[in-house]
Design a protein around this ligand. Structure first.
Ligand SMILES: Cc1ncc(COP(=O)(O)O)c(C=O)c1O
Length: 395
């Protein structure tokens, strides 16, 4: 639906939905109606045979089928993700839709987001889907199976080679789903490296303001696109009207938000990494204080892999994790911070920190996940440093 003369993502984010304008408002209007009037002329009343194929971007009938705000949101996303985008109520609803489409017998998956494993558990209960480790030998996979690769991975922010897993899947006739939530458009294009389906929890960067839940799948194949729309109509896991309007509003600024957060995150990580690795250990120096509190940092920017610079040429994402010297420090640090708020989730304009043990029992209890938002990075650095100092004083 994007005008063909538009090339750059920042322009697409503002204009890919222009052909869908129904009124002259510059800011997209909020359409709340669940139902839409049929044409008045009796001759134009045609019983529907294939609602998905008959949809032309304007002939709305009922909002579980298609709705104006969501259609706009998907038009912009389709151009940013470089595939047909379909929106869902949440990221996990999107994963459920992808697995319903492919209906694999086996799924190879890494640790990653714990909720994705809950979706797999539900499907296993229904279909007998078998879960394999992400590092299983290629020979364990058969045609139609799935590799679900989360990169960068939650909660660490470290990356895996999409190309490597695409080759592994395709050698066996299996499919690769990439959960690219931690690297939205502008940071990573999984299709370039062989992904068959790209998935996002849009509740993170696509929404970007911690005020909406959504999920997105993007596919290149026309038949998959149609099937996803038909399945969504049948299963009813659509985004709400307000959420998809908020989502469209948010996509307008996606590029600048993500670039700025990713740059600030890189500066914070570089400061922490060099303090951690300097030889000075005098306890009252900046380095000494960082070293007394911090044990390890996880982030793709600290990985030295040649493929990574090709896969993520514009930065490595705003989320990283730190492991502290002990569990008491990890439990206490969030309470000493002013600008980082202690909450789960990520990808919003506000910086967040989470003692990850609170929501994921599988991770190291000394680990804190940090999502860098749009505050000034030096203020965030100052906030972290004074919190490290406060923790040491409180011992
Ligand atoms: C990597 C990843 N995938 C999927 C999800 C699920 O998204 P949602 O909460 O929108 O269902 C999350 C949520 O944190 C996530 O971090």
């Amino acid at each position: 639906m994007a005008p063909s003369n538009i090339a750059q993502p920042s322009t697409q984010a503002l204009h890919a939905d222009d052909p869908l304008n129904l009124v002259t408002d510059v800011a997209p209007p909020i359409h709340l109606s669940t139902t839409f009037r049929y044409p008045n002329a009796p001759d134009e009343l045609l019983p529907s045979e294939d609602p998905v194929a008959e949809f032309n971007g304007k002939n709305y009938v009922y909002s579980r089928e298609f709705a104006p705000n969501a259609t706009r949101f998907e038009a912009v996303l389709s151009s940013l993700l470089k595939g047909h985008a379909v929106s869902y109520a949440t990221g996990l609803a999107a994963l459920h839709a992808a697995l319903t489409l492919l209906n694999p017998r086996r799924i190879s998956v890494g640790e990653g987001y714990h909720g994705s494993h809950e979706v797999i558990a539900v499907i296993s209960r229904l279909s007998g889907l078998q879960k394999l480790n992400i590092s299983c030998p290629a020979e364990s996979l058969e045609a139609g199976d799935v590799i679900l690769l989360e990169t960068p991975v939650n909660p660490y922010g470290t990356a895996f080679s999409i190309e490597e897993y695409a080759l592994k899947a395709h050698a066996r006739g299996a499919y690769l789903i990439v959960d690219s939530t931690f690297a939205p458009p502008g940071l990573q294009d999984p299709f370039l490296w062989g992904a068959d389906i790209v998935m996002h929890s849009g509740s993170k960067y696509l929404g970007g303001h911690s005020d909406l839940l959504c999920g997105v799948l993007a596919v290149k194949r026309e038949d998959w696109h149609k099937q996803l729309l038909e399945d969504r109509l049948a299963l009813g896991n659509v985004m709400g009207n307000i959420e998809s309007w908020l989502g469209t509003r948010s996509l307008r600024t996606l590029e600048v938000r993500v670039q700025r957060s990713s740059q600030s995150s890189a500066k914070l990580i570089s400061w922490l990494h060099s303090a951690l690795n300097t030889s000075s250990r005098a306890p009252d120096t900046e380095e000494g204080i960082v070293q007394s509190v911090l044990k390890k940092i996880y982030h793709a920017s600290l990985q030295d892999e040649p493929w990574l610079h090709r896969q993520m040429p514009n930065g490595f994402g705003p989320v990283f994790s730190i492991v502290l010297q002990n569990e008491d420090f990890a439990r206490a640090l969030p309470s000493k911070l002013s600008f980082f708020q202690h909450a789960t989730s990520l990808g919003g304009v506000e910086s967040l920190i989470e003692w990850r043990a609170l929501s994921d029992s599988r991770v190291d209890r000394k680990l804190l996940r940090i999502s860098v938002g749009l505050e000034n990075w030096e203020d965030l650095k100052e906030d972290l440093f004074q919190a490290f100092t406060a923790i040491l004083e409180g011992q």
